[in-house]
Design a protein around this ligand. Structure first.
Ligand code: NOJ
Length: 560
């Protein structure tokens, strides 16, 4: 595979994602905030990352915890204010870290001023900021089309006063913006300028491939979930809009990563290559997150390493020399990876192995808060302890399939994204050191064992492993710019890949599973001649070219 020839700062960086509500509570009201972030900047820097991506910090009624934005140019009072944000921004910059904001422009909150005006003053320009439509029958008896919301029942909500419906592809409190309206696009550009002028370095663009809707909003192919998707996913106009936004972004040399459900490498090339005009720097696809489920986390399947490897290697191959990968295994939308692709019994070994399995690939790695200490899924006992709109929507769906509340809670403990939203476990102290006050969401009961303080004190911890990995990546252009090659392709328990660059070679050996597996170095790689640079077990006294793996073992060898 060709070697990367076009170095850029965002290809070299690694990123830490903060979901602010659960990161660190600096003012002790039980909710994470920017005071907490300010206190933890040194910790984040010490991890070895070069940027922070903030999930939404904007004022929001929190129906989707910030992904329902009520003011794009403000900071949620629960998190602080613009002045405090500026201090965080300056603090990050002073430490050599960039700051990336979440940009949620497919929809606003229903409490955003624009939406309120669109409803209260239907003759104003704001009415056309959204998709207000007459129903197919009067009086709210039949919505304008058959689309289903991704989060809550039908995609249309009826307003009696107007005798019109508004479109919400996500929750009812998240009305879709009408991006075909040039005035809306002007608003977006003004939002971009606002943050870029302040010094922000880029944006993570929420469900960016959904921002264009098919003209006429025709009925979708009827499906049990997702009806209408074909009429609002990756339509050609998305690119026109991105091209327009890019003019502003380019003035500031800003970075962008677009979140893109159902994205394929072929389609991604229409956005993130030179040929496509680099409409986005990177794209978050989901294919490697589907190795233990069918399309969505809630439809669970047994973990398939082959599926995972196929997704990894396909993207590595397809992006080589033309695009650039966004590498991640966790974020605020998925259960914890150790529970999914690793092992609780071998938590430390598997968390480390999983980290090396993706961070040393070609691309820009992202690490989600708590991932670096191997946080795991939580255990809630009752439905009323959950908070997320998706959990409740799924409860309604699973109830129809005959699930009792008790059975559903067990499922949610495995499959809900809320597992990633428990407060970060900073210490073994009260509330895991997250807050002096009762946290807004229960701390995972395993905090006395799994926490940052304990990890700092243990030289063999997952935290130190992440630091070593990110440091190694930073010091070795081979990891950033080298070519990628997969080995042992048909193995159901080994994921092995190599990287090559300017005469240097790297081999990453990842054993998925408790069972010992015989491994022999692939042709062209002599372990006795290489140097083992990383390993989650003590290295052998003498290296040989073959060895039997230990549970969830990972070894990395370098030839230079
Ligand atoms: C993707 C975000 O990551 C997720 O958290 C959110 O619920 C949806 N987009 C809707 O904005």
């Amino acid at each position: 595979m060709p070697t990367e020839t076009n170095p850029t700062w965002w290809k070299e960086m690694s990123v830490y994602q903060i979901w602010p509500r659960s990161f660190a509570d600096g003012n002790n009201d039980g909710i994470g905030d920017l005071h907490g972030v300010l206190e933890k900047l040194d910790y984040i820097k010490a991890l070895g990352v070069d940027a922070i991506w903030f999930s939404p910090l904007y004022p929001s009624p929190n129906r989707d915890y910030g992904y329902d934005c009520a003011d794009y140019k403000g900071i949620h009072p629960e998190y602080g204010d613009l002045e405090l944000f500026k201090r965080v921004l300056d603090g990050a910059h002073a430490r050599g870290m960039k700051v990336i904001m979440d940009l949620v422009i497919n929809h606003t909150s229903d409490e955003h001023e624009w939406f309120k005006l669109s409803k209260e003053q239907p003759d104003s320009q704001y009415h056309d900021y959204y998709y207000w439509r007459k129903g197919r029958k009067p009086g709210g008896k039949k919505p304008p089309n058959n689309w289903l919301s991704v989060f809550e029942g039908k995609a249309w909500e009826y307003n009696k006063d107007l005798d019109e419906y508004y479109l919400h592809v996500f929750a009812k409190g998240q009305p879709d913006l009408n991006m075909s309206n040039p005035k809306v696009r002007e608003e977006v550009k003004s939002i971009l300028r606002f943050w870029l002028e302040m010094g922000v370095d880029g944006f993570r663009e929420d469900v960016i491939t959904y921002i264009a809707k098919r003209e006429g909003l025709p009925n979708g192919f009827p499906l049990p979930i997702g009806t209408g998707l074909e009429h609002y996913t990756s339509l050609p106009a998305v690119k026109d809009y991105l091209r327009e936004f890019k003019e502003v972004l380019d003035e500031y040399g800003a970075f962008t990563v677009g979140e893109a459900p159902m994205m394929t490498p072929k389609l991604a090339k229409e956005y993130i290559t030179d040929e496509a005009g680099n409409l986005l720097s990177l794209m978050f696809h989901f294919q490697h997150m589907e190795a233990d489920c069918f399309l969505i986390d809630w439809v669970g399947l047994p973990f398939s390493l082959k599926k995972l490897k196929k997704a990894f290697s396909t993207w590595q191959r397809e992006m080589a020399g033309v695009g650039w990968n966004a590498l991640y295994m966790e974020n605020h939308d998925h259960p914890r990876i150790v529970n999914r692709y690793g092992s609780l019994k071998y938590r430390e070994a598997s968390a480390k192995m999983l980290a090396a399995s993706y961070i040393l690939q070609s691309g820009t790695p992202f690490v989600y808060q708590g991932q670096e200490i191997g946080m795991t899924n939580t255990k809630l006992d009752r439905l009323d302890q959950f908070k997320d709109v998706i959990t409740f929507n799924n409860y309604n769906l699973f109830k129809k399939l005959g699930f009792s509340e008790e059975r559903f809670v067990k499922l949610a403990n495995r499959r809900s994204r809320e597992n990633a939203r428990t407060p970060v476990q900073w210490s073994g102290g009260r509330n895991g050191g997250f807050s002096e006050a009762e946290p807004w969401f229960p701390v995972n009961p395993n905090y006395p064992e799994i926490n940052v303080e304990a990890a700092e004190a243990d030289a063999n911890s997952i935290l130190h492993w992440y630091r070593a990995l990110l440091q190694f990546r930073k010091e070795n252009p081979l990891v950033i710019y080298g070519s990628y090659q997969e080995h042992y392709k048909s193995s159901r328990s080994l994921f092995v890949y190599s990287r090559e660059y300017e005469g240097k070679k790297l081999l990453v050996i990842c054993a998925f599973g408790d069972k010992p597996v015989q491994f022999c170095a692939p042709k062209g790689f002599d372990l006795t001649q290489g140097r083992q640079v990383l390993g989650n077990y003590a290295p052998p006294e003498t290296q040989s070219n073959c060895f039997v793996t230990r549970p969830w073992e990972c070894r990395v060898y370098l030839w230079e």
